[in-house]
Design a protein around this ligand. Structure first.
Ligand code: FES
Ligand SMILES: [Fe+2]
Length: 378
């Protein structure tokens, strides 16, 4: 593994004009994945969904962060808390899906927890001298909100997400995305390495080709190039100004906040390692990834709509169905690409080639990986 990490480190130190794509071993090595699970997925903030999915006290959703099942619950303090979704008795998974509740009852022996994670009932435990219900709480991990996104981290010392993303804040704030209304959330599993999908999402070079039948037709590729925007340790982004004939991606007339070209401009942030979204003036959609192996990625995929857009629809269900079908088509185009890249990366004769200047974000991602994975680069 040291040889792979050395090559990653050397690559990350190069300027973009000399940069290549990551070497194939970075995608197919089980040792690298193991290292990523510890230093990336056990360390950084992972997006678990959107704040508006659980708006009321007692609303909950479930989310697995690696091997750790989590219960995300809006507690009696009106904040969202992330706790272990594992019973304190014999480690049964407590809940699945999402919903609203006053308590969580374990399906095995009915130990029962309130929405603040306290064990409040456990039958037939009165003869167990080592049992004291008053001290039994589901363990809690870090959970923070940034502009409507829920982020969780297993790292109790993680720097607050709003500090890490301070430079992203002014770029996304005008969209008021925290007010967007979530229309769906689902999980997919694709046969590829998680990094192929992260890299695919963040670069615009492939849009006119791989997405020529959907979103690719409405973008000016040169918009994706910013020579002067600086680079950031915890995220990267691009912006796209769509042509005025694009069917979606423009501000609704009732949106009085965005002005000028911003009314047709979308921003695509990638929050390292795996939270990616397209934020348009009228909608957003997002992915949050976690590896299931070197060859499989679990994808949380969802979308939300600006409230004035939803309010203007005569048939909301129809509008949501059409939006979802369109985004699903875009997803399928990306699935084709990233599953075939992974097949390519496994081929003994494959080599990674030079990056275009339109793939600057990929090089920034390589630099992030090197900071996390290579000794002395933290
Ligand atoms: S494992 Fe939950 S009550 Fe026994
Ligand atoms: Fe894509």
């Amino acid at each position: 593994m040291d040889k792979i990490l050395d090559s990653l480190k050397t690559l990350a130190q190069k300027p973009l004009s000399e940069a290549k794509a990551l070497p194939r071993d970075v995608y197919i090595s089980a040792d690298i994945l193991h290292h990523e699970l510890e230093h990336i997925f056990g360390h950084d903030w992972i997006c678990a969904g959107r704040n508006d999915e659980i708006p009321n006290v007692g609303d909950y959703l479930t989310f697995d962060l690696g091997d750790q099942p989590l219960l995300l619950v809006r507690g009696t303090d009106n904040n969202i808390h992330a706790r272990a979704n594992v019973c304190l008795h014999r480690m049964m998974r407590l809940a699945d899906g999402s919903g609203h509740t006053k308590k969580f009852t374990c399906p095995y022996h009915a130990w029962t927890y309130d929405i603040d994670g306290r064990l409040v009932a456990a039958a037939y435990m009165d003869r167990s001298s080592c049992f004291d219900r008053r001290h039994m709480h589901l363990p809690e991990i870090r959970c923070e909100i940034f502009h409507g996104w829920i982020y969780v981290s297993m790292n109790k010392d993680a720097v607050p997400i709003s500090n890490l993303l301070a430079d992203l804040d002014p770029l996304v704030a005008p969209y008021q995305m925290d007010k967007y209304v979530t229309i769906f959330r689902q999980h997919n599993v694709w046969q590829t390495n998680w990094k192929h999908l992260t890299e695919n999402f963040m670069e615009g070079y492939h849009l006119p080709v791989a997405h020529k039948n959907t979103v690719g037709a409405y973008f000016g590729l040169m918009d994706t190039c910013f020579d002067d925007r600086g680079s950031f340790d915890h995220f990267t982004y691009q912006t796209f100004t769509k042509s005025s004939n694009a069917p979606v991606g423009s501000a609704h007339p009732d949106n009085k906040t965005l002005t000028g070209t911003a009314r047709n401009t979308s921003i695509m942030p990638t929050v390292f390692p795996t939270h990616m979204y397209v934020l348009a003036p009228d909608h957003l959609w997002y992915l949050s990834l976690q590896p299931l192996g070197v060859d499989q990625v679990k994808i949380l995929y969802g979308a939300a709509i600006a409230p004035e857009v939803l309010a203007a629809q005569k048939n909301v269900d129809d509008y949501i169905a059409k939006t979802r079908a369109f985004l699903d088509d875009v997803q399928e185009e990306d699935r084709f690409v990233v599953e075939n890249i992974f097949k390519g990366a496994q081929a003994p004769l494959s080599t990674s080639g030079p990056l275009s200047w339109l793939e600057r974000e990929n090089h920034e991602f390589a630099q992030y990986l090197a900071r996390r994975l290579c000794k002395g680069d933290e």
